[in-house]
Design a protein around this ligand. Structure first.
Ligand code: SF4
Length: 388
């Protein structure tokens, strides 16, 4: 993976928008998220299954031995077996879309340094045949839904793959797929090789050159979310500091109207996240002895705990308190049961017992894939029913 490159593919979304981000980020330690190790292990399952199916001949005994070895690694969860099966199933369908058996490569290092200085990364899966390159990326995280549409990380990997394979295949089309099974996210985007190269030359290259030199203006936006400088970035602070002012300029001197709401909502996007980042930074600084005028760190409300719960309950039982009072039998939630039983078995055995309840109405930007809902349509339907 390209985690250590100054301009990594995984952070391209950020440096393509904000050219000073990499130089500011370099001032902060690159701490690994606790989920990174989990993702790495899940990727190993995907790689093993893909290799056995499409990359290299592997005796069943070798495969089983390797699989058992992975299952013994720290952090293993049964879910990883199922997610990697899903990954493989999706790759099988992509392979079937080729008229002839395609060439499949797993965990291929790709070099896109023609566009980004020292740019390299590792593509989870490349599928090549005829004039089409498919590039597949597995995501184990479930915190953020990753979209393949205009995804710069996948595009950079694709540019790297073209450098390596365009000489061997008459490639004209690239299809990029994200497989994120834990949140049922399967997203695909396609681009012609000519368009992709044009993007590499005219968008990526100039942006990378600027970012490399740390030139240009800071551009706050939703890409600040994972920036290592996000807590202390002055440009981000200035942006939100001015939100109220900009909103005032938007009109509506006394009361807000729905027509101007979108302007306010646009300005306030990310505001909550910024406040949380600011509070985290202030708390850490205060705990480290920094003085923050008007603020201080205090001990939160504590809670009581058992020194030895088993022994405490023994005493309660001896005093005649029945077990039914002391213990609660709580069933697992649907998601916990699915995780414990396994996705396939759960789907097979439980399909008659599952109902999809509509979620609470949520406000999202227009770009969200879900269709809009409104009470007006419901009211009209009720009216039509009454008329009927
Ligand atoms: S926090 Fe946002 S604006 Fe500041 S450097 Fe990072 S990406 Fe750029």
């Amino acid at each position: 993976m390209s985690a250590h490159a100054f301009l990594s593919a995984s952070s391209a979304h950020r440096w393509l928008h904000c050219p000073i981000a990499p130089s500011l980020e370099a001032k902060f330690p690159d701490t690994l998220s606790p989920y990174a190790a989990e993702g790495t292990l899940a990727h190993k399952f995907c790689e093993l299954k893909l290799r056995k199916y499409a990359v290299e001949p592997m005796a069943s005994s070798t495969y089983t031995r390797r699989l058992h070895k992975l299952q013994k690694e720290t952090g293993y969860q049964k879910e990883m077996d199922e997610c990697s099966e899903e990954y493989l199933d999706r790759i099988k369908s992509i392979m079937l879309s080729y008229p002839n058996l395609p060439h499949v490569v797993a965990e291929q290092k790709v070099d896109f340094s023609k566009y980004v200085p020292d740019g390299f990364g590792t593509a989870d899966c490349l599928i090549l045949g005829g004039d089409t390159l498919n590039i597949v990326d597995y995501k184990h995280g479930k915190g953020v839904e990753v979209d393949a549409k205009n995804n710069p990380q996948l595009r950079l990997y694709a540019l790297g793959a073209l450098e390596r394979y365009a000489i061997l295949y008459p490639l004209k089309q690239v299809t990029m797929t994200i497989i994120q099974p834990r949140i049922n996210n399967y997203s695909t985007d396609s681009i012609s090789v000519a368009e992709l190269r044009d993007w590499g030359t005219n968008v990526v290259k100039p942006a990378a050159d600027k970012a490399m030199k740390g030139e240009g203006e800071a551009q706050p936006g939703e890409w600040c979310r994972f920036c290592r400088a996000r807590q202390q970035c002055k440009a981000r602070a200035d942006y939100y500091k001015n939100v109220g002012l900009k909103a005032q300029e938007a009109g509506d001197p006394k009361l807000l109207k729905p027509s101007s709401l979108s302007q306010y909502l646009e300005l306030a996007k990310g505001l909550k996240q910024w406040i949380e980042d600011l509070q985290d930074y202030a708390l850490t600084s205060a705990l480290n002895g920094a003085e923050i005028p008007g603020w201080k760190a205090v001990e939160g409300r504590g809670s009581r705990g058992w020194t030895d719960q088993e022994k405490a309950f023994e005493v309660l039982l001896q005093h005649g308190i029945p077990e039914s009072i002391l213990y609660n039998r709580v069933p697992l939630t649907l998601a916990q049961t699915e995780k414990a039983v396994g996705k396939k078995e759960f789907e097979e055995w439980m399909q008659d017992f599952i109902v999809k309840n509509p979620g609470k109405p949520t406000l999202v930007p227009d770009s969200d894939k879900r269709p809009a809902i409104s009470n007006v349509a419901k009211a009209e339907n009720v009216f039509k029913d009454m008329e009927a």
